[in-house]
Design a protein around this ligand. Structure first.
Ligand SMILES: Nc1ncnc2c1ncn2[C@@H]1O[C@H](COP(=O)(O)OP(=O)(O)OP(=O)(O)O)[C@@H](O)[C@H]1O
Ligand SMILES: [Mg+2]
Length: 455
């Protein structure tokens, strides 16, 4: 808009100036020559010629050219007197062709002028070329004022539009903050396990706006995620229930198999039959242990409450090490117990199982002669139990997942001990149910299990 206005105003003003110039040229050519009034040129100035007659506007330039020579040139100043014109403008004055449209020219210190040429026939029949000019300065001043105004107006308008736009955009997008807040609240929820109630939703005021659509889409996604999580939890529950039921149901027939195998072994038997029955007994026994372990894990998974009584850990450790000593007389069993009895609140039989599993590992996965030391110490409002052996250590590829279910080593030692890989999984689950932690560090020559239990 600014550029178009400026260009068209420039055109209009130049047209007006040219119009005036033509009129002025007519007046100037009509002036009678007055030789008596001619003043001699002063230094670099052209001869001033006759003083201006009436009817000429201020700033007008009149020059007379005879035979390709500027015979006189003067400018009418604001006081109505004619001022001399410097001689450097001669060539510009001579360039103006009679009959051409007015043209612009730079006249040195006079500034830029619009010039037009006409002819006058003297009384003696000579033709004199009269060049009339009008200063373009008023026009340029008008234009530069206009440009200044335009720049200021545009700047103010841009600023206003910017501020208004920013305010409007911010107000429009405010609901987006609500969307972001909901998304981050949801991401803070523990979705990985257990029952999750996904109640967070974005409040959508205008579902047709872009932000409303984002909110609606997010809500729809949360609905989907919520139902997927419910489905996941339900199937987890079903699986746990299934494992628990299956283990429970297997107990009775297994007990029956063991009982009948035991009973049959008492009669008169061939060597082969006795061997078979002995295998049946021991396999059934292993299977019973496995089923018991699975049942325990299923119950711990289901979050069945444990017994919570005061447990004397010192006592438990003593018993467990004594049992281990009997089971593994080839190993060297060391004890490091504090003088004071150490107690925690928990389930005594489960804690005993933790100890037994750790000691059984130290016994079955190490060669005879291995030294196993069991330590117990109170620490920061809890208890630390350590089982350290100087056996061959846990295989490095197994180490990161020893606490997983059915994770067991492939060494012949593990195989011949009939291991199932549930021992450490049970340790981990029982300790977690007591809100404790269990860690292992292992390298050849030193394997250390550390169990911390809160009081
Ligand atoms: N003290 C240890 N020294 C060397 N390896 C160990 C030790 N404790 C555990 N491991 C390795 O970790 C594996 C997993 O142990 P975990 O007690 O879970 O199962 P398991 O002893 O094989 O079977 P389960 O205890 O159910 O009879 C073992 O198979 C064994 O390879
Ligand atoms: Mg074990």
């Amino acid at each position: 808009m600014g550029i178009v206005t400026t260009v068209s105003l420039n055109g209009i003003l130049v047209d007006q100036l040219d119009e005036n110039l033509r009129a002025t040229g007519g007046i100037a050519r009509g002036l009678p020559p007055d030789d008596s009034a001619r003043t001699p040129p002063d230094g670099d100035d052209l001869p001033a010629g006759a003083p201006f007659g009436p009817g000429l506007p201020f700033g007008v330039l009149v020059a007379e050219i005879t035979d390709g020579r500027v015979t006189s040139a003067a400018v009418l100043d604001r006081r109505g007197t004619s001022q001399p014109v410097p001689s450097e403008v001669t060539s510009a004055l001579l360039d103006v062709v009679v009959g051409d449209r007015p043209r612009s020219a730079e006249l040195g210190e006079l500034g830029s002028y619009r010039l037009v040429a006409g002819e006058r026939t003297e009384a003696d029949g000579d033709t004199v070329t009269v060049v009339t000019g009008q200063s373009e300065r008023p026009l340029q001043e008008t234009l530069s004022t206009l440009v200044t105004i335009e720049v200021v107006v545009v700047a103010v308008a841009l600023l206003g539009a910017g501020v208004a736009g920013a305010v409007a955009v911010r107000r429009e997008l405010r609901p987006l903050e609500e969307v972001a807040a909901t998304a981050s609240r949801v991401s803070a929820l523990p979705l990985a396990s257990g029952a999750v109630e996904l109640v967070e939703r974005v409040p959508v005021t205008n579902p047709r706006s872009e932000v409303g659509q984002v909110g609606t889409a997010l809500n729809r996604m949360l609905d989907h995620v919520g139902s997927a999580l419910e489905e996941r939890h339900a199937s987890e529950l079903r699986l746990r229930q299934f494992v628990a039921d299956a283990s429970h149901e297997l107990r009775t027939p297994l007990a029956a198999i063991r009982g009948y195998a035991e009973l049959s072994r008492r009669g008169e038997l061939t060597e082969e039959a006795a061997y078979s029955l002995q295998r049946i007994s021991s396999s059934a026994e292993r299977m019973s242990t496995l089923v018991e372990d699975l049942l325990l894990l299923a119950r711990l998974d289901a979050g069945r409450p444990l017994e919570r009584v005061e447990v004397d850990l010192t006592h438990l450790v003593l018993d467990a090490v004594n049992d281990a000593h009997v089971a593994g007389p080839g190993h060297r069993w060391l004890l490091d117990l504090p003088d004071e009895p150490v107690t925690v609140t928990g389930d005594p039989s489960r804690l005993a199982q933790v100890l037994n599993n750790l000691l059984a590992n130290a016994r079955t996965h190490t060669p005879p002669g291995t030294r196993v030391s069991v330590g117990l110490a109170p620490r920061d409002g809890g208890v630390v139990l350590t089982v350290v052996d100087d056996g061959p250590g846990i295989a490095p590829e197994l180490a990161p997942r020893v606490f997983e279910r059915f994770a067991r080593g492939s060494s012949s030692r593990s195989r011949e001990s009939g291991s199932t890989g549930l021992g450490l999984a049970i340790v981990s689950a029982v300790v977690a149910a007591h809100r404790g932690t269990v860690d292992v560090t292992s390298r050849p020559g030193r394997t250390e299990f550390t169990v911390t239990l809160p009081h």
